[in-house]
Design a protein around this ligand. Structure first.
Ligand SMILES: C[S@@+](CC[C@H](N)C(=O)[O-])C[C@H]1O[C@@H](n2cnc3c(N)ncnc32)[C@H](O)[C@@H]1O
Ligand SMILES: [Zn+2]
Length: 272
């Protein structure tokens, strides 16, 4: 069964040799990297929305080196707890690290990833993730059929609670990763006189909190390339003074705290 919905008329999309189309004749071509663009021109505020290529490739290299391994392990444990088989959606999937890892370790699951950035989908497509389908789309209007997904994950990406609620099965899980209070504290201390701590994410409307945990671990960087990738993938680091940056990269070793809040939500009963 197909999962995608036509962004023009909301009819189910059928897979063809060249892409996706609906009964009304709306057609969407598959790019050579394997993703399809379901983001309509009138859904974009700028021509090339989302993260840019430099940020995405820095993030890919950083994640692929395993620096966030405890986080992806915890995500895997949460998804695997949902059963031997299932359908997973990664909203704001970026260059596809989490979707790739999860589906590789859950071979009976199928998955889909959406992101608003074309560059993100290009990189994700190059991963050739088996059992995954990828589309450019906005989290504000997810072009998938309602009530299909067993799990929806978002890692540091913007969400629209009503859309996630719509696409999840009644007993589906929404697994959301947001930065914990101390996330990248030592890096922020290099930039800001007073470090602001991240606030805990609130339970999204229509959901109830099922489980919440903090995933926390130190990252010791003795390789300047890893630290450089972290700087390039982290937006607040644009504020880093050039001299401070050079001094940081010249250090033999730099320890940075990683802290994530992993919240698992389920659909709230209608009267909540
Ligand atoms: C901080 S990155 C996280 C990417 C990925 N989840 C990860 O952790 O590697 C946020 C991602 O959300 C995407 N994004 C931003 N606004 C979006 C929207 N409205 N709909 C879908 N994706 C969006 C960006 O292009 C980017 O890839
Ligand atoms: Zn259509």
């Amino acid at each position: 069964m197909g999962i995608w919905q036509c962004p023009v008329c909301a009819a189910p999309l059928q897979t063809t040799e060249t892409g996706l189309n609906c009964v009304s004749g709306h057609q969407f071509d598959r790019a050579k990297e394997g993703y399809t663009n379901l983001l309509l021109a009138n859904q974009k505020r700028r021509p090339d929305p989302g993260d840019n290529r430099d940020m995405l490739s820095a993030r890919r290299d950083f994640l692929q080196a395993g620096h966030y391994q405890p986080l992806v392990d915890e995500l895997l444990a949460q998804c695997a707890g949902g059963g031997d088989q299932g359908l997973l959606l990664d909203v704001g999937c970026g260059e596809g690290y989490y979707l790739d890892y999860l589906l590789h370790h859950l071979p009976q699951w199928r998955g889909a990833g959406i992101d608003i950035s074309r560059q993100a989908l290009r990189l994700a497509g190059k991963r050739n993730i088996s059992n995954a389908q990828l589309c450019i789309a906005s989290s504000k209007r997810i072009p998938v059929i309602s009530g299909l997904f067993d799990s929806v994950i978002t890692v540091f990406a913007p969400i629209d609670a009503a859309e996630i609620h719509r696409v999840l099965k009644e007993d589906g899980k929404f697994i959301r990763v947001t930065p914990g209070a101390e996330h990248l504290h030592e890096l922020k201390a290099e930039i800001y006189q007073q470090v602001q701590h991240h606030e805990k994410a609130e339970t999204p409307a229509g959901f109830s909190l099922y489980q919440q945990e903090t995933v926390q671990f130190p990252m010791v960087f003795s390789d300047p390339q890893a630290l450089e990738n972290l700087l390039a993938m982290t937006p607040f680091v644009y504020k880093l003074d050039a001299k401070v940056r050079a001094a940081l990269l010249a250090r033999k070793s730099f320890t940075v705290q990683a802290e994530f809040c992993l919240a698992v939500y389920q659909k709230a009963p209608l009267n909540e």
